[in-house]
Design a protein around this ligand. Structure first.
Ligand code: GRF
Length: 177
């Protein structure tokens, strides 16, 4: 059973739902994240401001996911780092999708930074999550070209169309283990 963490639009969450994967819970660090509206399963927001600190928020979020029966957590555009209070509850069972060929261009501004660097090839990465910024072991990667005419929007859209196929494929494999 899968839990998905989101902060934004939720197109990767939608890809998981469209693939028929067993998503039972969706959580966000932002109450107004549009992604929350895509979920027809249990959905909840865990805003940092509602907790004494990040560890307390992460422990509450992990506890809630556990109550929903979640065994595998997918970060689909979740924009906060996770602390051990969360990660220790789901050992080697938290995956993230990122719009670059990691370990190149980790972080929240990967698309803009790749354009600024003038690279010819970008891509999508699905990886296991540790405490670092986009730093866990890579599970799958696929390349996309960067075109001279690209804007952040056009490049991100090209990467996302790969993410929407690659992420459900990897998650399906992990569920089958
Ligand atoms: C994706 O590009 C993902 O790689 C990154 O954040 C974006 C999320 O997009 N971590 P969406 O919310 O799934 O549309």
């Amino acid at each position: 059973m899968i839990g998905v963490l989101v902060s934004g639009e939720g197109t990767n969450l939608q890809a998981l739902l469209d693939a028929g994967l067993p998503v039972v819970a969706v959580a966000s660090n932002k109450r107004d994240a549009p992604a929350l509206e895509r979920a027809s399963c249990a959905a909840a927001a865990f805003e940092l401001a509602d907790f004494p600190d990040r560890a307390a928020r992460d422990a509450a979020m992990a506890g809630w996911l556990g109550e929903q029966g979640v065994r595998l957590v997918v970060l689909a555009g979740y924009m906060h780092l996770l602390t051990p209070a969360f990660l220790d509850c789901f050992p080697r069972a938290v995956v993230n999708v990122h719009p670059s060929l990691l370990p190149e261009f980790p972080g929240a501004h990967a698309v803009e930074e790749q354009l600024a660097a003038g690279i010819a090839e970008s891509g999508a990465t699905v990886h296991l999550v540790d405490e670092g910024i986009d730093s866990g072991p890579v599970l799958a990667q696929e390349r996309v070209p960067v075109l001279p005419s690209d804007t952040p929007e056009t490049l991100h859209a090209r990467i996302k169309s790969v993410e929407h196929r690659l992420l459900p494929e990897v998650v399906r494999e992990l569920c089958a283990r």
